[in-house]
Design a protein around this ligand. Structure first.
Ligand SMILES: Cc1ncc(COP(=O)(O)O)c(C=O)c1O
Length: 489
């Protein structure tokens, strides 16, 4: 049983990023450590060192702008106006952007983006977030007082986990997370010295979440810790599934029955592609299940400027909505948030535009909607293309990419390759990914960085490269995989 899982990314001054992960079994044996020098081939190519490829294609990180996606004009116009208010006199900016910028600036101390805000975030932006949630959830009420603006979703998730973790020995807080998971969870759990409690998503069933598996995992965990928190990622990273309404109802019922604090990571709420799939927020379903549920279940849900159609990762904008928190705990939360003063105010402004975009009848609406749909339609096209291409490769199986922005195909690794990987003290899928990088210049992340069922191997790849580049990438992966199977047959 894994208890420690750390996954860190660092970038050295030479531009070489290193991803380091380690997991340790309960009894202290079976340490697996890996250390990938991702950008070395890229640096080598730039130095003119001969490689079997001319370019490194980075499909390892969900950073849309780094992959060439253009910013949404309206968002940048408002942030530019807030940053340099002299532009409010410029005829080059539309009136609806100026109106948003003036409103945000009025909410800032001294009318400047450069001032600290309230620790919970600027009031008028929290009001806009609440209105957005109400519109999104078909009128379910949202109270600005339950909204906290955050430094990206990561900060919100880490903060909530921090206030929930306590106890020692068998009463130490257990945090249930999906496997495969987004490594922020294992890293924060490890940092807080909490207990990671794994529940497995069902790969045979499009990575669905099965309540029986939640129950198994919870009952097992009760023998060695105090499981108090249940984390859900919907749509899923790295697995790309979109949960249906029934599944969400089952999870909420389970959390209610077991008195678990629900963490709903909904940063991909705009990224749903498959026909028949729809995003349902946990908050909405919670309300629809009636007062017994919505007055009792503790729920924190998270959103971000980083994903969706915006891809504004660098602004570090985000919010969380927290329901049914005990007033004393809420006091502690606000105190904890005030230690870091406030989230970046420019990120708060960016978040405001995500929740308060142009509406029909406004000057910028048509351009905004055109840009938004272009990004999302393109992602939907690439999701289908990727699934179809992978499923044509022998020894690769890829579930539908229903949402988010990643493929997480299962790869068959022959036993000779597994032996060679072991000889190099590498996880087999790490060995595979390193070979892929060295031979093709394609950079993806091994499944072992996210967790997977013992004996199964995967990698995660983003679908963010432009279509033409993605096609080249997929062809290269196919050729590589076929050769890999032949070599280690
Ligand atoms: C599931 C999930 N949660 C949270 C985050 C963190 O997002 P942010 O940039 O808002 O901190 C990510 C980023 O990739 C993610 O995939």
């Amino acid at each position: 049983m894994m208890i420690i899982h750390l996954h860190l990314k660092t970038k050295g001054s030479d531009g070489i990023s290193t991803e380091f992960g380690t997991s340790r079994d309960l009894d202290g044996t079976n340490d697996i450590s890996y250390n990938i020098t991702y950008n070395k081939p890229d640096t080598d190519v730039k130095k003119g060192i001969k490689k079997p490829f001319t370019e490194v294609i980075k499909a390892n990180i969900g950073d849309a702008h780094a992959m060439g996606q253009r910013p949404i004009t309206f968002l940048r116009q408002v942030v530019a106006l807030c940053t340099y208010p002299n532009l409010l006199d410029s005829p080059s900016f539309p009136e609806d952007a100026k109106k948003r910028a003036r409103r945000i600036l009025q909410g800032c101390g001294g009318n400047s983006l450069g001032s600290y805000s309230a620790s919970q975030g600027i009031n008028c932006i929290r009001e806009d977030v609440a209105s957005y949630i109400e519109r999104r959830d078909g009128g379910v009420p949202a109270d600005p007082d339950n909204i906290y603006l955050t430094t990206g979703a990561s900060d919100g998730i880490a903060t909530i986990l921090k206030i929930l973790v306590s106890g020692g020995g068998k009463s130490r807080t257990g945090v249930m997370i999906p496997i495969p998971q987004y490594p922020l969870y294992s890293a924060v759990i490890s940092e807080l010295d909490a207990i990671q409690v794994n529940y497995y998503l069902d790969e045979e069933n499009c990575w669905a979440l099965d309540v029986n598996e939640l129950r198994r995992s919870l009952n097992e965990a009760k023998t060695y810790c105090n499981p108090k928190v249940l984390c859900i990622i919907n749509p899923g990273n790295p697995t790309g599934q979109v949960q249906n309404r029934k599944c969400i109802e089952d999870v909420i019922h389970f959390a209610w029955e077991e008195k678990l604090f629900l963490l709903a990571d909904e940063v991909y709420q705009d990224n749903v592609y498959s026909e028949g799939c729809q995003f349902h927020s946990f908050k909405k379903i919670l309300y629809e299940m009636g007062p017994e549920y919505y007055n009792n279940v503790e729920l924190a849900s998270f959103h971000s400027t980083s994903k969706g159609y915006m891809g504004e990762c660098g602004y570090r904008g985000g919010y969380m909505e927290v329901l049914n928190l005990h007033p004393e705990i809420k006091g502690q939360l606000v105190k904890l948030l005030s230690v870091r003063l406030c989230p970046p105010v420019s990120g708060q402004a960016a978040m405001d535009i995500v929740v308060n975009p142009p509406v029909p009848g406004e000057e910028s609406y048509s351009q905004f909607i055109k840009e938004k749909e272009s990004v999302l339609n393109n992602l939907a096209k690439k999701a289908k293309l990727t699934e179809d291409m992978f499923n044509k490769v022998p020894g690769v199986h890829c579930n539908p990419l229903q949402g988010a922005m990643y493929a997480f195909p299962r790869i068959f690794i022959p036993s000779k390759a597994i032996e060679e990987a072991k000889a190099h003290k590498m996880a087999p899928d790490m060995f595979y990914c390193m070979k892929l990088l060295e031979e093709t210049g394609i950079c993806v992340v091994p499944g072992s960085g996210f967790g997977q069922r013992e004996g199964s191997y995967h990698f995660r790849m983003t679908i963010l490269p432009p279509v033409e580049k993605l096609k080249i990438l997929l062809e290269k992966v196919k050729d590589f995989h076929i050769k890999f199977l032949e070599k280690y047959a």
